[in-house]
Design a protein around this ligand. Structure first.
Ligand code: ADP
Length: 202
């Protein structure tokens, strides 16, 4: 089965999670964030410990682990009926995070659009991450050196994902402004592809 998807893409702290959550409330859209998937693992389990070894340092979790957890999560959601691939669009947030993951996912997902949320400055994003660390208790964001590392990883490993997909699939969306304003731009980018591939879910 091939899952019809859009990718929410952008540097750490740019607001992917906020937009993903908002989109997830729209009938027909299902938000799936790799970071949430990892944070939901039992911290004392073998897998939870493995993931934390990397995430606590701002490094990417190894691809085989990431893809394995993603597939399990997806299967679970389909079995539970919280994601219905025939009628719902998958909004992927945080995955694929490098081109090897793009390759690994290519047989599972059909990418209908890549939405690149673009921030105005790195300083804005760092501030946002620090605020989030206190508000949401995200230990990986509490330490400024870990935050800086996450930006390096983004530049070196994640940003090449943008070139992996056909340029015609790409929508560049300014990430500044109210959540509702950014949402409006994101919807402008993805509602047309949604409408072309799915019928009205209600
Ligand atoms: P943010 O939204 O701030 O970019 P996430 O919540 O998406 O961060 O991810 C938190 C951490 O989980 C990352 O720093 C990384 O260690 C790990 N992670 C998330 N997604 C992936 C992925 N697709 N591949 C590898 N590691 C990942």
């Amino acid at each position: 089965m091939v899952f019809r998807s859009v990718l929410l893409f952008g540097a750490p702290g740019v607001g992917k999670g906020t937009q993903g959550e908002l989109l997830g409330r729209v009938p027909g859209f299902v938000h799936m964030a790799s970071g949430d998937m990892f944070r939901a693992l039992d911290a004392d389990s073998e897998m939870g410990r493995r993931v934390r070894q990397y995430s606590s340092k701002g490094l990417l979790v190894p691809d085989d682990v990431t893809i394995g957890i993603w597939k399990d999560h997806l299967r679970h959601r389909v079995e539970q009926g919280t994601y219905r691939p025939d009628t719902e669009l998958l909004v992927l947030d945080g995955i694929p995070r490098n081109t090897a993951q793009c390759d690994a996912l290519s047989k599972h997902i059909e990418v209908l659009r890549v939405v690149h949320l673009k921030a105005s400055s790195i300083d804005d994003m760092v501030e946002r991450l620090k605020k989030r660390a206190t508000q949401q208790g995200r230990s990986d964001d509490a330490d400024e050196s870990v935050i800086r590392r996450r930006f390096e990883v983004y530049d070196q490993e994640t940003s090449p994902v943008l070139k992996y997909y056909d340029a015609r699939l790409l929508s560049e969306v300014p990430a500044a402004g109210l959540p509702a304003e950014v949402l409006m731009r994101v919807l402008e980018a993805i509602v047309p592809v949604y409408a072309a591939s799915f019928s009205n879910p209600l």
